[in-house]
Each structure stands twice: as C-alpha cells, then as structure tokens.
Write a protein that binds this ligand. Sequence first.
Ligand code: ARG
Length: 464
Amino acid sequence: MSIQASEKKMWDGRFESGMAPSMIDLSFSLHVDQALIEEDIAGSLAHGKGLVESGVFSAEEYEKIAVALRGILEDYRAGKALWQAGDEDVHMAVERLLTERVGDLGKKIHTGRSRNDQVATDFKLYMRRRAAEIKNLVLELQTEILKLAETHFGKLMPGYTHVQQAQPILFSHYLMSFFFVLSRDVKRFQNFLEIHNELPLGSGAMAGSAFPYQRNLVAEELGFAFPSANSIDAVSHRDMALEFTSNLAIIASTLSRYAEDLVNWSTSEFGFVTLSDAFSSGSSMMPQKKNPDSMELIRGKSGRMLGNFTALFTLVKGAPLSYSRDLQEDKEPVFDSVRTVKVCLQVMKEALATARWNFETMERKMLPALLATDLADFLVESGVPFRNAHHIVGSLVGEAAKQGREFTELSDEVWEKTGVPNPKAVKAKLTFEYSVGKRNIEGGTGPDSVKQQFEKAKALLKKN
Ligand code: ARG
C-alpha cells in the first residue's frame, strides 16, 4: 500500500518521509493543547532566562526571544490566525512562530528541554492556575449561600431522609450544609496547590538537562516552590491531573445532589422553590411547562466529570515509565472538567440568587409526623427509656395511619392509654418551633446553632 506522506517535521532528522494523513489525524493535538498557550509561553520565557545562565543566550538575545514570545501571545489573545496545517501541537507551533520572528535564535529555545518536561510544566502550571480560579468560584458560591441563609433565617421546612419527611429544620440549616461541604473543596484545592508545586523544567526528556541552570530561580519565576527532585518522576507522572479531576468530580457530585433536590422542590408536588425564568426552559410542545433545566444539566454534567476522572485513571495505569505518547491524552479530560465545573458553579450561584423560595408552601407541607421523634424525646425526659418511648410513639403513629389520620389527631384518651401522660399539655407543647429550638447543640438545626454556623462560615471565608 502506498501512502501519500506529509512534509517533514522539526524532529525529522532521522526520517525519510513525513507522516501518513491518518497518523496526523491520530497524533496532532494542537486543536486541544492550544489551550496551554499562555502557560507554554510563560514556560519558554522562564526556560529562556535559565538558558542565559547556561550561556546559551546572551542577555540581549534573550530579550529578543522574550519580546517575540510576548508578541506571539498578544497575537493569540487578539485572535490572529497563527496556526499552520503542519503544526503538531502548541509547543511546536510556538517554536515555529518564534523562529519565524527571530530567526535561528528561535531554534535555540529548546536547548536542554524536551517536550516531555515542557508539556509537564505547561500542564502543571495550567492546573495550578485553574485550581486557583475554581477555588474562587467555589468561594463565590459559598458567599451567595451564606447570604441566602442569613436573609431567610428563621424559616421552617421539612427535613428529609429517604425522601420522606423526617424532622423539622430551619431552611438556613439546609443551606449551610451546602456551604460546609464546599468548604472542604476549598481545603482540597489548598492542599492540591501545596502538594503539586514542583517545576518539571530541567528534567529534559527523562534524565535531566545537560545545560545546568538554577532551577529554583526558574521555578520561582513560574510560581512553583521547588524544582522537581527526580527527572523520571517529573516527566512520567500524572497524579496531579488525577487529583485535579477527582477534586472537580467531587464538586460536581456535590452540585448534582443539591441540583437534584432543587429539581424535586420545583415540582408542583413540592412547590418549595420557583427557579427564575433565566435558569429554566420551556417545552417545544407543552405550552404550560417551565422546566428546571439548569439543575438537570448540572446533575447531568456530573456524569461526564466522573467520566473524565475515570478516563484519565485508565490512561495512566498501564503507561510504562517514563514518557509514552499515551500521556498526550491526559489533557482533554482535564480541560473538559475545568470548563464544565466552572459553568456549573456559576449557574448554581446565579440560579440560587434568583430563585423564589416559597416558605409558606414549605411550612404548609410539614406533616405532624415530623414531631414523632420529639414526642419520644419528651417521654425520655419524663423518665421513659428511649426504646420504650420509641415503641409508644410508634404505636400511636401506626394507629393513626390505620385511621388515615395524623398521630397528633388521635384523642387524648388514646394517647394516655398508649403511654403518654398529660396529653393535652404535651400536644400544646409539640410544635415545629419547639422541635427546632431543642436542637441548639453545636451543628444542630436550632436557631443559636445556625447562627453559630454563620459565624464559622464567615471565619472560613475570611481565611481565604
Ligand atoms: N503533544 C505531546 C504531549 O502533549 C508532546 C510530547 C511529545 N513528546 C514526545 N516524546 N513525542 O504529550
């Protein structure tokens, strides 16, 4: 079979022909990795500076290189057409552009560098920058949640387990659960930035560069804390990307759970919330419909974010050390997860801020059975062992269910016979407010506790 091969490449000294078109389709990655251009240029600027110390560039030569690199970035930002059909990836494309602009000097930028340590550096830099941005989006969402919780402090709603009404809670208590789970995402990012702070540049293809420069200075230039300790480790491993996509998938799954509740709450069956038009959509056929698409999409997107994590894990698990081309496939899942989580965080924040909360409906839908635990607790306070109290209240609820009534509607005689002394007084005492007010334990739904949660939340936000 004869194949029409393409033109030769920058690395083609030992090759007799170029790549087959099918191979180009398989291997070229510019369409994906051009997203790394900011980091690639930052990396080349720092590496070039290092090369002055190695004696590869004079200070004036480096200045020329730096001006050209910055010019390429400016042109990219201005939307100028930079790419050519023969550009394999962003790294080769930038080097070609540099060489076109400064001549042979541009051909020196890759001294002591391999795309292996270059791409590892770009990618790490990219993830560090995006982690900081996403952390800020999480903080913005938390700020919105806290604001809502404070604004609507005191409103009651049914709390659920198994999607069955469980116990009365403050609406703010529910919201603060969202705040606190997100605070661990913020911590995960802080930890992530602390762990993955080593510069790969200087590692070369895998054995280390033969053109020494003070790697700590290049590291500092790029915002890394240290040079990597081992060149094989630096070019081989993608644990940072695994951790990143994992962190993002965790955020996505959290958003998905709250989105799921909001989907349910916006049904006519619940009626707890009305999403604003801006975060809903209509049906192409049924004129009456207003659907909670924003929340359904957030729920749906979490699937692909877990998929991205899984794809990456599967990619690296069998890749032999040090670098293998498989690793080029590490970027799409990360880029996709970044894009996806950012839009989901933004939409969740805006949808919450613009939603109408129907507190009357929440309260109207609260069933007296929410107070069953409180009655049992009340009996315990008057000396009945908890298991017996549980049984007494259980039989009241069972009897009421048989009659198709609420347990609070059973007569005082029935209550007394079943084991509740002073039923009239007890019934008067058992209210949703009473139930909530009994739970001022740290972390509980009691009003004092929820206020304490606000203070804790403010302290957390202040720390960041
Ligand atoms: N585009 C490639 C990547 O992202 C660059 C590395 C190529 N390295 C190599 N040794 N062929 O992984």
